[in-house]
Design a protein around this ligand. Structure first.
Ligand SMILES: NC(=O)c1ccc[n+]([C@@H]2O[C@H](COP(=O)([O-])OP(=O)(O)OC[C@H]3O[C@@H](n4cnc5c(N)ncnc54)[C@H](OP(=O)(O)O)[C@@H]3O)[C@@H](O)[C@H]2O)c1
Length: 319
């Protein structure tokens, strides 16, 4: 077991679950900070994990929470704003700044920052991508002399507990004859959550990854329509999937964004206006064989249990 102490912010979500599972193979001490400790006690199955409740927006508390840690991972991010302390700017820009400042203050050695593909690019027109880009740039610019920063910019991430295929599956299971799909031509290169976790784990050990930013994509590109049709096959239902034109996609986002649950918002629609694909799938600096959708997704979408299991299906786990 490695000696480095690791502290994860935003570690209780989808990506965090997979990352913690991977880091527990290598590290003896992982602190996970959350706003709601009781809701995430399941993470304590790993004896290496300590789960701490705290307000990371409070600079003093943040200094105390990160004090004594060598490596900090910031996974906090939102797709849609929700309530106090949860606007795009507050989370992706202001909070990211507080995190890098706290890392400088308490002598953290390495900050791994989770951004998103297309963040800050010239044609990124959504608040999500603009603020993600600003937060990523500031994190690199504000790192002090002792702090190394590495940023990761993934396309959409899949794996047990994901936000894409599970949502598609729920929609397709509704007793509807036709399912209207916004932005059917939008392109993605989905990457497996455990491959993302592996990249983070390797980055901690590899100084060549310091001060760099990495786009992360899976091995193949798909349109959103292809991803929806693939979900249909995985769960064994047949629906008429109707790809909407650009103006109808916009209208659908406008309506759904006002409804509870916000299945799709105008900002999500704007994010999908930029294809989420890479020039090369995953930088060769990282040693890993990227998993395909086809080899992973059917295992978890076909299961009845709603409980998330962080197993790597490539390693021959039983269903
Ligand atoms: N999922 C993807 O396909 C994808 C693709 C590209 C980039 N990313 C990025 O990857 C990161 C992780 O994504 P994810 O899918 O794991 O997200 P997630 O499941 O929604 O988890 C986000 C985490 O952020 C924390 N959080 C949310 N709002 C917060 C707030 N107002 N204050 C403090 N903490 C807050 C939550 O922690 P607590 O509730 O425990 O406090 C939660 O654990 C994000 O930065 C996201 O933008 C994800």
């Amino acid at each position: 077991m490695k000696r480095e102490n690791i502290c994860i912010l935003g570690g209780t979500g989808f990506v965090g679950g997979h990352l913690i599972h991977r880091l527990c193979e290598t590290y003896a001490s992982i602190r996970v900070v959350t706003r709601h400790r009781e809701q995430h006690r399941n993470l304590l199955v790993h004896h290496q994990v300590s789960l701490v409740e705290g307000d990371i927006h409070d600079e003093k508390q943040l200094d105390n929470l990160l004090d004594g840690y060598d490596v900090v991972i910031n996974l906090v991010g939102i797709l849609n704003p929700a309530g106090k302390n949860s606007g795009f700017r507050k989370i992706h820009v202001d909070l990211a700044k507080k995190v890098v400042t706290a890392c400088n203050n308490v002598g953290v050695r390495h900050l791994l920052h989770m951004s998103a593909l297309n963040a800050g690019s010239a044609n990124a027109i959504s608040q999500y991508l603009r603020t993600k880009g600003e937060g990523e740039n500031n994190t690199h610019l504000q790192a002090g002399p002792r702090l190394q920063v590495t940023s990761f910019r993934p396309s959409i991430i899949f794996g047990e507990g994901d936000h894409l295929f599970n949502r598609f599956a729920s929609m397709l299971r509704l007793p509807m004859v036709a399912v209207p799909l916004a932005c059917p031509e939008a392109r993605f290169a989905p990457i497996y959550a455990q491959d993302v976790a592996e990249v983070f784990a390797q980055s901690i050990l590899n100084p060549e990854t310091y001060s760099k930013r990495f786009n992360l994509c899976g091995p193949r590109e798909y349109t959103l329509m292809e991803l929806m049709e693939f979900t249909e096959q995985c769960i064994g239902v047949r629906r008429l999937i109707v790809g909407l034109s650009n103006s109808l996609s916009r209208l659908q986002a406008r309506i759904l964004g006002k409804l509870p649950g916000k299945l799709l918002t105008l900002d999500n629609y704007r994010t999908m206006r930029s294809d989420s694909v890479c020039q090369e799938p995953c930088p060769s600096l990282f040693q890993l064989e990227l998993a395909t959708l086809e080899s992973i997704v059917p295992h978890y979408l076909g299961r009845r249990s709603q409980q998330v299991r962080y197993m790597d299906y490539r390693k021959g786990a039983k269903r």
